[in-house]
Design a protein around this ligand. Structure first.
Ligand SMILES: Cc1ncc(C[n+]2csc(CCOP(=O)(O)OP(=O)(O)O)c2C)c(N)n1
Length: 324
């Protein structure tokens, strides 16, 4: 099964606002459902959700082609959905069932080789892996995306990969979701300079965009993807976002003030509400908006039921896929 983020079928650079809204609502409900499963004890262990970062994923869905590769982070679900990774198999994996990684990976080790998708919980480690994909894809017109948080941009692996990507002219896009924090550490206290300029001395161009607006993100991504597809090498795109939940589910989250949270999470800046407001301002029929919301909820409800119907991992298969 794949999640049809129909925003991907756009042939021009402007997103279909209603379809984009439905995609973003679907993504939010998906993450909320996973959060609820953590709360009820259905899921154990750390869980990092992408709630608040839906606009980036929706734009990514529009920019990506099926043959592209993407290596995500410890906050991977929305990027996986954007690249058409099977939403039921992923949910099953998150629910500790026989899912995408046969129950052996969990939420930070999602692998969908048929979609050229994977993620890693080692901060910054996705960049060199994405460079490997890019090396394999070089000359084909396909692109490898390395997703990073603002915190990851200070990791040696990312800085080394920026160098190699420029040196080897790799078709890569470094997509940085700058949510202002690496766990509890503010970007200002950890990062020197401007993140979009990190590749500057290697000759890599960078752009910063409003990560709460899917069209703004796509406007920044498109030239980066076009450059990489055209054999001109890598680019950096930084999307300024806010994570609405703690770093992980259960995080006491006392390092962010109520005022700061309110300034990002109010209806005027919440990406999902913003997209809805855009539809209203454009005169979209209220019944069409409601239909999109109903369809999103029904879709995720169906996925949840399908995932919960899958078996628990078979202990007899525990040694499969393990290489010593
Ligand atoms: C190499 C490494 N160091 C530390 C950690 C622990 N850790 C997990 S997430 C995280 C913060 C990452 O921040 P950022 O890259 O900004 O991503 P965000 O969580 O904000 O999405 C850290 C330090 C890790 N997983 N890997």
């Amino acid at each position: 099964m794949t999640f049809d983020c129909t925003v991907r079928s756009c042939t021009v650079s402007s997103l279909n606002p209603l379809r984009t809204y439905q995609t973003m609502v679907t993504m939010r409900i998906y993450e909320e459902a996973v959060g609820a499963a953590v709360e009820t004890g259905e899921v154990h262990g750390e869980m990092h959700l992408g709630i608040g970062q839906e606009a980036v994923a929706a734009a990514l869905a529009a920019a990506l082609r099926p043959e592209d590769a993407i290596v995500s982070t410890h906050r991977p679900h929305l990027h996986a959905l954007a690249h058409g990774v099977d939403p039921v198999a992923m949910l099953a994996e998150l629910l500790e069932r026989d899912g995408l990684s046969r129950g052996k990976g969990g939420h930070m080790h999602l692998f969908a080789p048929e979609r050229n998708f994977m993620c890693t919980g080692i901060v910054g480690a996705g960049a060199p892996i994405a460079a490997g994909y890019a090396l394999a894809l070089r000359g084909t017109g396909a692109v490898a995306v390395a997703v990073a948080g603002d915190g990851a941009m200070n990791q040696g692996a990312v800085l080394e990969t920026l160098n190699l990507a420029a040196l080897w002219n790799l078709p890569m896009v470094f997509l940085v979701e700058d949510n202002g924090y690496g766990i509890s550490v503010r970007r200002e206290d950890a990062s020197a300079g401007v993140l979009a300029e990190r590749g500057g001395s290697f000759g890599i161009p960078g752009a910063t965009c409003d990560g709460t607006d899917p069209q703004a993100v796509l406007d920044a991504l498109e030239p980066a993807f076009a450059r990489a597809r055209g054999g001109e090498g890598p680019a950096v795109v930084v999307a300024e976002v806010y994570r609405f939940r703690g770093h992980y589910e259960g995080d006491a989250d006392q390092y962010r003030s109520p005022e700061e949270k309110a300034s990002w999470m109010g209806e005027d800046r919440d990406p999902v509400h913003r997209q809805r407001a855009l539809l209203v301002a454009q005169g979209t029929d209220a019944s069409d908006i409601e239909a999109a919301e109903t369809a999103a909820a029904a879709t995720v409800g169906g996925w949840l039921a399908a995932a919960r119907a899958l078996p628990m991992p078979d202990p007899a298969r525990v040694r499969e896929d393990v290489i010593a």
